[in-house]
Design a protein around this ligand. Structure first.
Ligand code: FAD
Ligand code: SIN
Length: 517
C-alpha cells in the first residue's frame, strides 16, 4: 500500500479498536462477526484495569431483584446527574450480557443449585454482584474474552502498540497513528472505537494500572470530540495503604461481608456518620476516611470474617499476606485512592461520539450511566452493555469513500526519560493535593498554574505525559467551574449540592471554552 515514507507501515481494516479491557475485547470479538478488526493495546492484552477488578459485575439477576431496583440505586448514587435512558439500557440489558459471559465460559462463582452467588457492595439495596473465583472477577473475564478474540480468526491483535493520534478527514475519524514497539504505524478504518479506559494515573494515589494515563480522553479532545463531566472522579475508600504505585485494592465486597472501618484509636467511625455506615455511597466513605486520616491511620477490620476471608477473597488475602498483614487477625491499613473517571467522551446510546465514525465505550466514554458517582460494580457492566451496542451499530457503518490523505510523520522519540518521569510525578502530586478528594478555588487555581508550568518544561517526545497533563487540566478546570459539591466532586468553598447544578454538565469541545448545559 502507498506510504509517503517507507518507514510508515499502513494497515487497512473495517474496524479499529483501541484498548484491550472488557470494552475493547468485547467490541473486537462482536465486531469481528461483521468485518475484520485491528485491536491495538499499549502493553499486553492482559494489561488493563479490567484485569484487576475484584468485586464483580452488578446485575439484577437474583430472586427478589429487578432492573427497577438496580435503576433506582444507580440513579441515587449518580446524584441527579445520570441520563435516565442510558441507565435504563444498562439495567435492562445487563443481565443478558452477564448470562452471555457465562455461556462464553466465564467461571462465575455459583451456589450449589447453579444460581449465581451474589455479593453485596455499597449503595446497592440488594445482593447483586456476580463474581468469579472470589475476588478474581476481572482476570477471569479477560481470560475468557481473550480466548474468544483469539479464536475469532478475524481480529488482528497488536500488543505494545500505542495510539498516538486519531486521523480525521473532513471531520470524520478514519483511523489512528500509532507507535508499534517504536515503529510508525498508520491504521485506516471505516470506524474507530476508543476503549482506552480511565485516567487514574493523573493522581499520586490510585488503584489504576500504569496504562491508565487518559490517552483516549486526550486523543478524542484533540480530534474535536465532545467531553463531559470530567470533574467527577471517584475515589475508592479502601486501597491498601503501602508506598507502592498503583495501590492494591481492598474490595468494597469485604465491607459487604461485614468488615468495619476503624481509626487509630480502634474506634468504628462510620456508624455515626451515615445510616449505611461502611456501606454508604463511595464518595461519602472516601471523604470520611480522608477526614479521619488527618488525625491518624485508618484500618479496615475484617477479623470478624475469620478463616472465611481467605476462601471468599483469595486474591486480597494473598495481597495482604505478601505485605506481612494477616487480615484474619490484623486490621488492614487503608487509604482512599483515585479509582474511576465518571466523565469522558460524550456518546449516545449506540456508543457514537460527536465525531463521525468515532465510537467510545467503557471507562473512557461518558454514556450518562454514572452521573456524579458510579455505583460499585456498574463499570464492567457498562463496558459490556455498551460494547455490545457499539458492535451492533458498527455493522451499519458505510465503507470510507476514500482513504485519508497521507503525510510524512515519525514516532516522537522521548528525549529525557528522567525528566518525563519527574513531570508525571509533579502532575500526580498537584492533582492529589488540589484536585483530589477535597477541592477549593484557590487550590484548583494553584493546580492549573502548576500544570502549565509542568507542560512548559515537558521534554521532547513525552507524549504520554502530555496526555496526562491534558486530562488533568480538564479535570481541574471542570472542578473549578462547578461551584457546588456533588457526588465525587467536593468543594470546601461550595460544600452544598445546589439545585441549579442538577443535570447541568460541563462540556468540552476542542480548544474552545467549555459550556455548561
Ligand atoms: P481498561 O480495562 O482499563 O482497558 C483499557 C485498555 O486500553 C488497556 O488495555 C490499555 O492498555 C489500553 N490503552 C490505553 N491507552 C492506549 C493507547 N494510547 N493505545 C493503545 N491502547 C491503549 N469495576 C467493576 O465494575 N467491578 C469491579 O469489581 C471493579 N474493580 C476494580 C478494581 C480495580 C483495582 C480497578 C482499577 C478498577 C475496578 N473497577 C471495577 C473499574 C473497572 O475495572 C474499569 O472501569 C473497567 O475495567 C474499564 O474497562 P475498559 O475496558 O474501559 O478499560
Ligand atoms: C471493589 O471491588 O471495591 C471495586 C468495585 C468497583 O470499583 O466497582
Amino acid at each position: 500500500m502507498f506510504s509517503p515514507s517507507s518507514d510508515i507501515q499502513t494497515l487497512r481494516c473495517r474496524y479499529l479498536v483501541i484498548g484491550s479491557g472488557v470494552a475493547g475485547l468485547h467490541t473486537a470479538w462482536r465486531a469481528s462477526q461483521s468485518g475484520d478488526v485491528v485491536l491495538l493495546t499499549k502493553r499486553s492484552l492482559f494489561d488493563s484495569a479490567t484485569a484487576y477488578a475484584q468485586g464483580g459485575i452488578a446485575a439484577a439477576i437474583g430472586a427478589g431483584d429487578s432492573p427497577e431496583l438496580h435503576r433506582r440505586d444507580t440513579l441515587a448514587a449518580g446524584a441527579a446527574m445520570c441520563d435516565r435512558a442510558a441507565v435504563d439500557v444498562l439495567v435492562t440489558e445487563g443481565p443478558s450480557r452477564v448470562r452471555d459471559l457465562r455461556a462464553a465460559g466465564v467461571d462465575f462463582d455459583l451456589e450449589l443449585g447453579g444460581a449465581f452467588a451474589l455479593g453485596r457492595e455499597a449503595a446497592h439495596s440488594e445482593r447483586r454482584i456476580v463474581h468469579a473465583h472470589g475476588d478474581q472477577t476481572g482476570a477471569e473475564i479477560v481470560r475468557a474474552l481473550v480466548e474468544r478474540v483469539r479464536a475469532s480468526g478475524r481480529v488482528r491483535v497488536l500488543e505494545l502498540t500505542r495510539a498516538l493520534e486519531l486521523i480525521t478527514d473532513t471531520d470524520a475519524c478514519c483511523g489512528a497513528r500509532a507507535s508499534c514497539a517504536g515503529a510508525a504505524l498508520e491504521i485506516h478504518a471505516d470506524a474507530t472505537v476508543l476503549a482506552t479506559g480511565g485516567c487514574g494515573q493523573v493522581y499520586r494515589y490510585t488503584t489504576n494500572p500504569a496504562v491508565a494515563t487518559g490517552d483516549g480522553i486526550a486523543l478524542a479532545y484533540r480530534a474535536g470530540a465532545e467531553l463531559e463531566d470530567m470533574e467527577f472522579v471517584q475515589f475508592h475508600p479502601t486501597a491498601l495503604d503501602t508506598p507502592e504505585t498503583p495501590l492494591a485494592l481492598i474490595s468494597e465486597a469485604v465491607r459487604g461481608e461485614g468488615a468495619i472501618l476503624i481509626n487509630a484509636a480502634g474506634e468504628r467511625f462510620m456508624a455515626g456518620r451515615h445510616p449505611e455506615a461502611e456501606l454508604a455511597p463511595r464518595d461519602v466513605v472516601a471523604r470520611e476516611v480522608f477526614r479521619e486520616q488527618q488525625r491518624g491511620a485508618v484500618y479496615l477490620d475484617a477479623t470478624g470474617l475469620g478463616d472465611a476471608f481467605a476462601q471468599r477473597f483469595p486474591g486480597i488475602f494473598a495481597l495482604c499476606t505478601a505485605r506481612g498483614i494477616d487480615p484474619r487477625s490484623q486490621p488492614i491499613p487503608v487509604t482512599p485512592a483515585a479509582h474511576y473517571a465518571m466523565g469522558g467522551i460524550v456518546t449516545d446510546l449506540a456508543g457514537r461520539s460527536t465525531v463521525e465514525r468515532l465510537y467510545a465505550c467503557g471507562e473512557v466514554a461518558r454514556t450518562g450511566v454514572h452521573g456524579a458517582n458510579r455505583l460499585a460494580s456498574n463499570s464492567l457492566l457498562e463496558g459490556l452493555v455498551f460494547a455490545e451496542r457499539v458492535a451492533r451499530d458498527l455493522e451499519g457503518v458505510a465503507p470510507l469513500a476514500r482513504l485519508p490523505a497521507q503525510r510524512a510523520w515519525t514516532v516522537p522519540v522521548l528525549g529525557d526519560r528522567g525528566a518525563a518521569q519527574v513531570a508525571a510525578n509533579l502532575v500526580r502530586d498537584t492533582m492529589w493535593r488540589h484536585a483530589g478528594i477535597v477541592r477549593s478555588a484557590d487550590g484548583l487555581l494553584t493546580c492549573l498554574t502548576d500544570l502549565d508550568d509542568i507542560a512548559g518544561r515537558l521534554p521532547e517526545g513525552a507524549t504520554e505525559e502530555a496526555n496526562l497533563i491534558d486530562t488533568a487540566r480538564l479535570i481541574a478546570r471542570g472542578a473549578l467551574l462547578r461551584e457546588e459539591s456533588r457526588g465525587g466532586h467536593y468543594r470546601t468553598d461550595f460544600p452544598q449540592a445546589l439545585s441549579s447544578w442538577e443535570h447541568r454538565h460541563v462540556r468540552w469541545r476542542g480548544a474552545g471554552a467549555p459550556v455548561t448545559s
